[in-house]
Write a protein that binds this ligand. Structure first.
Ligand SMILES: [Zn+2]
Length: 740
């Protein structure tokens, strides 16, 4: 009997499944083997494990900027702390400038084709016609005692062989001296550049990747010495920096860290304004004015000045230098921190920059701090460098320039504000939550673009932001899959870089927060991830695991679909049947085998279900058969059950998942009286049948239309199949019919 009963109920509940034609793809299965096995360094919860370790690299750097031939000459002493459990016999350093050396692999491996009528600037970049002697000239690599250390340069990487093995817990100091020519940003689009201003004969330097930098050595992959080909950014260990920069005496320098000797490099007036800015919370204080910068442009000092900076617990150091800089600054309150938001820009940036830059820094610091942790560094700087958008600890280089008359369009303002919020936001990801950018771009660009959007929507509601908004991703999602790569793809192999690693990743997180998890669970989990991994090196699994660990939401289906595939979302309403219970039946019929399926087949084929015009179909509820009670002694009140359905409108809705991505189902019901109701069904509705589901809804009021994803929150690529009755939007079939 028991066996029989089991078979009976199973058959009913699986009736929809029996019709599955597509192969089950396990979309809700755990990621398991796709993720690394947890260990004592990285735990299964997504947090650093009990024996997590990371290396430390401290730098003392002395460098000079040559304004006559646009070059850098420097020397550094690196103290490398081996906190790993491993014995190291060699060290790897990154020589990023070699990416611009003659005969570099970036140019060699770039693919291109001939185009008639291409602009000279593009042809020059494409065919490597910019005659530039780039790349590091390494002069010496020496041990602390002055002895030369054997080293091997492999393109953008340098291996130093240690005289004695570096044991766990030991540190070693060594020195490197070098020089290199700075690229003209106009001719070679890099993340660092000089810009020449022909009108006044001056230069603006935005300097980065300018010194040999330690590679990351970690528990995950040993030395991260994957070559720099240009697209995959950087992986860097944390450390303390002490940097002295010698520049022309009339230059102003903006840099990572705190200025140590303002009294030596600033005028008395500048020094007073600088001090005043530290307590100005409402508006920026102008430290170097437009008029003062204009005056400085007219002459070129032959003297030099040395600026000293110190920065603790940073993964890099960048700076900018020019006699053209206007400089403003204000203090920002974030928790107990009082960082100084500062902007440096040539007069060509005004009036846009004096209005917007420092304000954008403040907005970014406030919202990002709320979403993650209080911004821990003493300064946050935005420098105006032409056509740039590039981030470093405490400092970033940003585009956004009015025309010669100082006019700018709303689009230029939007681009400028957006890029500043974005690049300042990079302080959080990846400068502090320090992921490996060379391997995984979405971990910083995607997470950052997402909080950028949160900041923009909150602080600039007047601007029509697009990146990260689900509906804006639809054109990409319905695009040619042969150009698409899953988010979990190494940077160098990505074609649609911005659309995927920035926009798709940001949209995925936006949907996760708005539609899947809700603000409370998402925000708590996201904050947990940021705090667990601040000043550490997270990997993708650490993010995936933490978001689930902190929320009790199994998101493996979401990561699987959004991060490991190029599938898209396309849900449709295939059929809706409207039922009403027979009202003339007051006495309970003693039908034995009647099932819901039988009832619907009763009229199937007789009525079309393109709209509600045919009216409701009747259905009956019969008395509960004795065998359904099994071992229970009590009995249901069949009449009471029936009375609950009296006069109700019952809708059997058949949905299909035409796209590959499983997503929650959002249904908007519009009733005859004009009122609306939206309900959200979790994505797990698809867990038994990933392609097609049927569900019955009981409504008091009569429904006139049903729409899926009414707020366009899922990136559903075709909306014409989202409505019942069908809307007037032409379907593919209608368009096809018209053409023929
Ligand atoms: Zn970015």
């Amino acid at each position: 009997m028991r066996v029989l009963l089991f078979t009976f109920t199973l058959c009913v509940s699986l009736s929809a499944l029996c019709q599955q034609t597509e192969k089950w793809q396990g979309k809700f299965e755990q990621l398991d083997q796709l993720l690394p096995t947890p260990n004592e360094y990285r735990s299964g919860s997504g947090s650093p494990g009990p024996r997590y370790w990371q290396q430390k690299a401290d730098y003392v750097i002395t460098a000079e900027l040559n304004d006559v031939n646009q070059s850098i000459t420097g020397s550094e002493t690196i103290t490398y702390h081996n906190n790993s459990p491993d014995v190291l016999r060699y060290l790897w350093l990154q020589l990023d400038q070699n990416n611009q050396a003659k005969g570099n692999n970036t140019q060699k491996t770039a693919t291109n084709s001939m185009e008639d009528g291409a602009p000279a600037k593009s042809v020059s970049a494409d065919l490597g016609l910019y005659d530039f002697d780039g790349g590091f000239k390494i002069k010496s690599v020496t041990a602390a005692n002055g002895q030369a250390l054997p080293h091997t340069i492999n393109y953008t990487m340098m291996r130093i062989d240690l005289p004695q093995p570096l044991n766990p817990g030991q540190k070693i100091s060594f020195s490197i001296s070098w020089s290199y020519n700075i690229n003209d940003g106009l001719m070679a689009r890099e993340r660092t550049q000089f810009e020449y201003f022909p009108e006044d004969g001056n230069y603006l330097y935005a300097i980065a990747q300018w010194f040999p930098r330690m590679c990351v050595y970690d528990d995950y992959q040993g030395w991260q010495n994957k070559q720099f080909l240009g697209q995959g950014e950087f992986a860097l260990p944390f450390g303390d920096y002490s940097v002295t920069l010698t520049v022309p005496a009339d230059h102003i320098v903006a840099a990572t860290g705190s200025l140590q000797n303002p009294q030596n490099v600033l005028s008395k007036a500048e020094l007073e304004r600088f001090e005043k800015a530290k307590t100005s919370f409402d508006a920026p204080v102008v430290i170097v004015t437009h008029a003062e910068a204009l005056q400085k442009e007219k002459t070129k000092s032959q003297e030099k000045k040395t600026w000293e900076f110190k920065a603790e617990n940073v993964r890099d150091f960048a700076f900018a230098s020019s006699r053209k800089f206007i400089w403003d600054a204000q203090a920002v309150k974030v928790g107990d921190q009082r960082p100084l938001a500062m902007s440096f820009y040539p007069r060509e940036g005004n009036p846009l920059w004096e209005k917007e830059s420092t304000r954008a820094i403040k907005n970014a610091l406030e919202v990002y701090s709320r979403m993650t942790f209080d911004y821990p560094y003493p300064v946050a700087i935005s420098v105006h460098a032409a056509s740039q958008g590039m981030e470093y600890p405490m400092i970033c280089f940003n585009r956004g320039r009015p025309d010669k008359n100082g006019n700018y369009t709303p689009a230029i303002r939007q681009s400028m504000v957006g890029v500043i919020v974005h690049e300042v936001g990079h302080n959080f990801f990846p400068m502090i939550v320090n992921n490996d950018e060379r391997q995984t771009t979405w971990m910083d660009e995607g997470l950052n673009s997402f909080i950028q959007l949160v900041t923009e929507l909150e602080r600039y509601p007047d601007i029509p932001w697009t990146r990260g908004i689900p509906a804006e991703l639809v054109p990409y999602m319905k695009g040619d899959k042969s150009f698409q790569r899953p988010l979990m793809t190494n940077s160098e192999q990505i074609i649609s870089f911005g659309a995927e690693q920035y926009a798709k990743a940001a949209t995925a997180l936006f949907i996760l927060r708005e539609t899947v998890m809700g603000h409370e669970l998402f925000d708590k989990s996201f904050k947990e991830y940021a705090n667990r991994w601040a000043f550490k090196h997270p990997k993708p699994a650490d993010f995936f695991r933490t978001m689930e660990d902190a929320s009790a939401v199994d998101l493996d289906w979401f990561w699987r679909g959004w991060f490991y595939t190029t599938d898209h979302v396309d849900q449709s309403i295939d059929e809706v049947k409207w039922y009403k219970m027979r009202t003339d039946e007051t006495k309970i019929e003693k039908k034995v085998t009647a099932q819901k399926g039988d009832l619907s087949s009763e009229s199937a084929g007789k009525k079309s279900f393109n709209d509600f015009s045919a009216g409701p179909q009747p259905f009956s509820v019969i008395a509960t058969d004795e065998r359904l009670y099994g071992e229970f002694r009590s009995r249901t009140d069949d009449k009471a059950v029936m009375s609950k359905l009296q006069n109700k409108n019952i809708y059997e809705v058949k949905l299909s998942n035409k796209g590959g991505l499983v997503m929650p189902v959002m249904i908007e019901w519009t009733y005859k009286d004009g009122s609306k109701e939206t309900e959200t069904i979790p994505a797990e509705i698809w867990r038994l049948n990933e392609k097609s589901v049927t569900k019955v809804f009981v409504k008091d009021k009569e429904v006139v239309s049903i729409v899926l994803d009414p707020m366009k929150m899922t990136t559903d690529i075709s909306l014409e199949d989202n409505a019942f009755p069908k809307t007037n939007a032409p379907s593919k079939f209608d368009t096809f019919k018209k053409k023929n």
